[in-house]
Design a protein around this ligand. Structure first.
Ligand SMILES: Cc1cc2nc3c(=O)[nH]c(=O)nc-3n(C[C@H](O)[C@H](O)[C@H](O)COP(=O)(O)OP(=O)(O)OC[C@H]3O[C@@H](n4cnc5c(N)ncnc54)[C@H](O)[C@@H]3O)c2cc1C
Ligand code: FES
Length: 339
């Protein structure tokens, strides 16, 4: 049996005993600490932390879950971590996330499938049958069952919690895909949709310094929720907040009026968009999202960065920050891996 210290971003530390035959995640659950999980297979990175001391093995780590550089810096997936000595593991989320009852299953009704670009839809759902407000932190996600199938997919909430439990998801419509095909071909208001939520450890932490929000494609979803919340509580948002939003083609851009609305409500908010493929009617910058970054956005490295979207975009932005050795920056991210 080894002792493992689990420390959280709110400064709390819990000590657990971990037996030779169990993962750190299972040991924590056994001792009442519900580290956020999803796949339990080393793929989703929901349970990730950083091991700051001690020896350990990781059974399986998907390359999209943790990069080589993260592994070298002690990145661990607690669902895959077996310890060979006492260890100290740090998480970049608050300990309060580990004391909730965990995700619940909810039945909701589709109110509307709003096509918001050539490649994305906002699904508006009504989960009002649930008694009381569904609690989640903007940035967290839900497992959503594709109606009429046994398939489940993960989607970030594109809204903030509300009393009526009117919820939104911003969903990319792939040329072929179980959820994409359903939304394009069969979805209609009144369809029933099952959800499991809340999931994940990506959320807006207390704002104490400038924020950099980087969205790739429908990765914008998580920031719509966070920005809705900031716009509802502008006093919370005293630091500069800059959103960088990159898409493949100009026809993929969506929710621009909503984003402009945040700029009108939040004096410290600004945003920049970029498209990868040039088009005649696009007068803005062309390239990848890191092409938008300028030194002055980064406050000499004293920033909190939030990244959300496809794994290659998240890795590219993390690589960009690493290269500039912004050691004082804190990076939170959610990768939209195939779910
Ligand atoms: C934590 C988390 C949160 C997510 N949040 C969102 C969100 O808010 N909005 C959103 O649009 N997506 C999100 N995703 C991705 C989403 O869960 C699905 O993977 C995606 O919508 C594809 O579902 P599908 O059923 O249409 O396609 P599938 O039937 O799953 O896949 C069809 C084909 O497309 C490939 N594929 C699957 N996903 C992708 C992808 N993202 N890019 C390129 N090819 C892909 C598959 O490998 C397969 O070949 C999230 C993923 C995770 C892990
Ligand atoms: S729960 Fe998915 S990687 Fe651990």
């Amino acid at each position: 049996m080894h002792k493992v210290a689990l420390s959280f971003s709110d400064g709390r530390t819990h000590f657990i005993e971990v037996a030779a035959n169990e993962t750190v995640l299972d040991a924590a659950l056994r001792q009442g600490i519900t580290i956020p999980v999803d796949c339990r297979e080393g793929v989703c990175a929901t349970c990730k932390g950083t091991c700051q001391s001690g020896n350990y093995d990781l059974e399986y780590v998907d390359e999209d879950a943790l990069s080589e550089a993260e592994l070298e810096r002690g990145g661990v997936l607690t669902c895959q971590m077996r310890v060979a000595s006492d260890c100290a593991v740090k998480f970049d989320f608050d300990s309060t996330l580990c004391t909730s009852a965990g995700p619940e299953e909810i039945e909701a009704i589709i109110k509307d499938v709003e096509i918001v670009s050539e490649s994305a839809a906002i699904v508006h759902i009504d989960a009002g049958s649930r008694a009381g407000q569904l609690s989640f932190l903007p940035g967290q996600y839900a497992h959503v069952q594709v109606p009429g199938t046994d398939e489940w997919r993960s989607y970030s909430f594109a809204c903030m919690p509300n009393d009526a439990n009117r919820l939104q998801f911003l969903i990319r419509l792939l040329p072929q895909g179980v959820m994409s095909d359903y939304l394009r071909d069969r979805a209609k208001p009144g369809d029933r949709m099952r959800l499991k939520a809340p999931l994940g450890a990506f959320y807006l932490h207390k704002i104490t310094r400038p924020l950099i929000l980087v969205a790739g494609g429908t990765g914008l979803a998580a920031f719509l929720g966070m920005l809705d919340e900031m716009a509802a509580n502008p006093a919370r948002c005293t630091e500069p907040v800059t959103l960088f939003y990159g898409v493949t083609q100009v026809v993929d851009l969506c929710e621009m009026a909503r984003i402009q609305g945040y700029a009108e409500k939040l004096p410290n908010f600004s945003y920049h968009s970029i498209v990868m493929r040039d088009a005649e009617r696009w007068k803005g910058p062309v390239g990848v999202v890191t092409d938008l970054f300028e030194d002055h956005h980064f406050n000499d490295g004293e920033v909190d960065a939030y990244l959300c979207g496809p794994p290659p975009m998240v890795d590219a932005v993390k690589g960009w920050l690493d290269q500039r050795q912004m050691d004082n920056s804190v990076v939170h991210y959610e990768k939209f891996s195939a779910s």
